[in-house]
Design a protein around this ligand. Structure first.
Ligand code: CDP
Length: 310
């Protein structure tokens, strides 16, 4: 039975140590709760219509439509013939997705041995073009069906794709024939690099399919969590994907979500599984987000894997 406080939890933010204690108290116990799953799918459908709205498509964004940037005030892009031609016709995913794995980039994944578990999912979502090279495979798996790419990565790692595109095209090969999900219409400076990424892939006959995140969807999902106490300027990529997964999948497991400084054995843990570069503190509210995920875990709505996989 789902209590009201799972839906509208009231809490103060726990310390890292308290969070560890809480997770240890719960232990490995987890019980799927179909009522919780159905409720969240319904809530998310009502607020945000993920099936129809998660990407910019020809169906939801005709020529002439104004897309308001969700990460900036007062800027918009009016869809013209050029941009329209880059959109997929309609939601391309085969719905409903069955078992989904949402893989965050938290350092908790290091030495987790969760790779096998992740690869068993029917649909694997990853954040921000993460490394999945040999040295990480045991911990993060090999499969990817959807991976997000922030325009800032295109700018920093691939010189905005103004010069050679080979490095970019080659680095994308590890993601096989997955979808690349880019927030091309979130911040104005991100649009051009995103469109260049589209062309780079299209021109090289890549197996990847570009999907542009729909700013309307990102905005409504942001509001959804704000009304549940997540007070960030912007949600983290991971929480967007979890929300998408709750809307589209029959079962969701989250890996690599642990924005705390120590692991379950109280040992220091790096921010990412591949580096320790910290985010801007004021931008996201990852610990707040984790508390929400943990409520969903305890209510059986999704499963959060912290620590090692069996
Ligand atoms: O771009 P962003 O800072 O949101 O993400 P990231 O550092 O590339 O990590 C991907 C996602 O994993 C984040 O959006 C968080 O949801 C999650 N994450 C976490 O929960 N704990 C961490 N220590 C690092 C990332």
């Amino acid at each position: 039975v789902l209590c009201w406080f799972y839906v509208f939890p009231v809490y103060r933010l726990p310390s890292d140590k308290e969070m560890v204690e809480e997770v240890l108290r719960q232990g490995e116990e987890w019980q799927k709760n179909q009522t919780g799953i159905d409720l969240y799918r319904k809530l998310l459908s009502e607020c945000c219509d993920p099936k129809r709205m998660f990407a910019v498509t020809k169906e939801n964004s005709p020529v002439g439509k104004v897309l308001w940037y969700d990460g900036e005030f007062y800027y918009s892009h009016t869809i013209n013939n050029n941009t329209y031609s880059l959109f997929v016709q309609d939601n391309p995913l085969q719905l409903p997705l069955k078992k989904c794995a949402v893989v965050g980039n938290g350092g908790i994944l290091r030495h987790s041995k969760c790779g096998g578990d992740i690869d068993q999912a029917d649909f694997v979502m990853r954040c921000n073009l993460p490394p999945i090279s040999k040295e990480y495979v045991q911990d993060v798996g090999t499969k990817t069906h959807l991976v997000t790419a922030n325009p800032s990565i295109i700018e920093k790692r691939f010189q905005s794709l103004l010069w050679s595109r080979k490095d970019f095209v080659d680095s994308m090969k590890v993601y096989g024939s997955s979808y690349i999900y880019m927030p091309a219409f979130s911040m104005r400076p991100g649009t051009d690099p995103s469109l260049r990424a589209y062309y780079a892939l299209a021109d090289s006959s890549s197996n990847l399919t570009m999907l542009f995140a729909n700013p309307e969807f990102l905005r409504t999902v942001g509001k959804f969590w704000k009304s549940r106490g997540v007070h960030a300027r912007r949600l983290s990529t991971g929480l967007f994907l979890v929300s998408l997964a709750l809307g589209l999948c029959e079962e969701v497991t989250a890996y690599g979500f642990w924005p705390f400084s120590v692991d379950l054995d109280q040992r220091p843990v790096s921010h990412h599984y591949y580096d320790n570069i910290l985010p801007y503190k004021w931008f996201h509210a990852m610990p707040e987000e984790f508390v929400q995920l943990w409520h969903l875990h305890k209510s059986g709505t999704l499963r959060v894997r912290v620590g090692r996989c069996p």
